[in-house]
Design a binder for this molecule. Structure first.
Ligand code: SAH
Ligand code: SF4
Length: 402
């Protein structure tokens, strides 16, 4: 698949790749009012991270938008062209030491170092699994921690970085270990981008590969701890930084945001970010989904499906992924598979079947191999890809939901 450079702009997409205009979020159904989005955003702001300044007053430049970076530089009397220069050193070259920014004269390097840092989260643990999956535990300035997992492709030099968006989660999905924890706080844009950059450091993949040059960190999945759409402002800012063509330059087609179904924010994410969407469905009837994914009581399956159908850019090349955790005797019957097919009929979609990863105290068991295969066959026969996700990094507790 080629990625035209137009895909890598920092501008919010106004049209789908096919040229169809993106639907305006506010036209998108009665309940999806601007008020509700405003309420979600306001609540989310209460959990924002502490200010990105060090105790000595120096400010972290990572995580600032280009406009914010320009404002910081203007405040110390520096010209606007410095923004582009610094952006290049921070996000393209991956340099954290101002003294190594060779296109910047010594006196300015010193001036910048007095006022700013180019930060990274502290790596507390980096563990490698037998299958080469690598789990990182990153610690932030207030000592809160989040996990990031790198999942290399077994055959090619590429792989996915699974980023966390929150410390804990407000939602309490019954099968998810994170769901047993309360929300501590949102991760800031610097901390979300910082996870990616921290993993990049570990693999030494700087400067950022350009264009279609193969890269080890080739995709981002927002599937770690937390609900990204309950931390939309920081996630959107972080992804805008990552997509910027003069820095990390990862195309929006290489980013997948996974949500448990925060319907009003799905419209927003589609219109503004246009990244790939993964929806944690896990049940095809409201009664069961209410129990497994309690957010369903607020945004039931019919509304969720309607939001998926509205999601921009859905085409065969850009399918929505439905994640479906396979729970023995709970959601893995043939009737469930047939209802799933009915729900997604006509949608460009694929279904990721995730064998449940048990954790101590969890109430469920993994579906049998036979049940998973039977389920996959029904979905497949209806014309949808239904790969069974091989658990990766189980030995280091890096697999989904652990
Ligand atoms: N909050 C977001 C993203 C993080 S969870 C969401 O729910 O989509 C990422 C994926 O891992 C989700 O599909 C989630 O349902 C799945 N998951 C959580 N716990 C799991 C477990 N114990 N076994 C398998 N998958 C799990
Ligand atoms: Fe939160 Fe996602 Fe876990 Fe649900 S599955 S508790 S939304 S992290």
């Amino acid at each position: 698949m080629t990625t035209p450079s137009a895909d890598r702009t920092t501008r919010p997409p106004v049209a789908t790749p096919g040229g169809t205009p993106v639907s305006q979020p506010d036209e998108a159904g009665d309940r999806l009012t601007a008020d509700e989005r405003a309420r979600i955003l306001a609540k989310s702001a209460l959990f924002n991270p502490p200010d990105a300044a060090l105790p000595d007053g120096r400010r972290d430049l990572v995580g600032l938008s280009r406009e914010e970076l320009a404002a910081e530089l203007a405040a110390i009397g520096e010209a606007p062209f410095r923004t582009k220069q610094l952006w290049h050193w921070i996000y393209h070259q991956g340099v954290t030491d101002f003294a190594r920014m060779s296109s910047i004269a010594r006196p300015l390097q010193a001036k910048l170092a007095e006022r700013f840092v180019v930060g990274r989260p502290e790596t507390v643990v980096a563990q490698t699994s037998d299958d080469d999956t690598r789990k990182f535990l990153f610690r932030f300035r207030d000592r809160q921690e989040a996990e990031t997992v790198y999942i290399p492709d077994p055959e090619e030099d590429r792989g996915a970085v699974c980023l966390s968006s929150q410390v804990g989660c407000t939602l309490s999905c019954r099968f998810c270990h994170t769901g047993t924890q309360t929300l501590v706080r949102n991760l800031g844009a610097a901390e979300i981008v910082g996870q990616f950059m921290g993993v990049r450091d570990a693999y030494g993949e700087w400067p950022s590969p350009k264009g279609e040059t193969p890269r080890l960190l080739s995709t981002i999945v927002l599937m770690g701890m937390g609900e990204p759409l309950y931390n939309y402002a920081n996630v959107a800012k972080a992804m805008t930084i990552v997509m910027d063509n003069e820095g990390i330059a990862l195309s929006r087609r290489r980013i997948t945001l996974s949500t448990s179904g925060v319907v009003p924010m799905m419209d927003r994410a589609g219109a503004e970010l246009g990244v790939n969407l993964a929806v944690s469905l896990h049940a095809v009837r409201d009664e069961l989904r209410d129990e497994l994914v309690p957010l369903n009581r607020k945004y039931p399956i019919a509304e969720l499906m309607a939001a998926c159908r509205r999601y921009p850019g859905a085409s065969n090349a850009r399918r929505i992924t439905f994640e479906y955790v396979m729970l023995r005797g709970v959601n893995d019957s043939e009737a469930d598979a047939r209802e799933l097919v009915r729900l997604i009929a006509g949608m460009p979609a694929k279904v990721n079947l995730i064998p449940f990863n048990p954790w101590p105290g969890s109430a469920y068991q993994t579906s049998t191999r036979a049940a998973i295969e039977r389920f996959a066959r029904i979905v497949n026969d209806a014309g949808f890809a239904a790969p069974v996700r091989a658990p990766r990094g189980r030995d280091i507790l890096a697999a989904c939901g652990l």
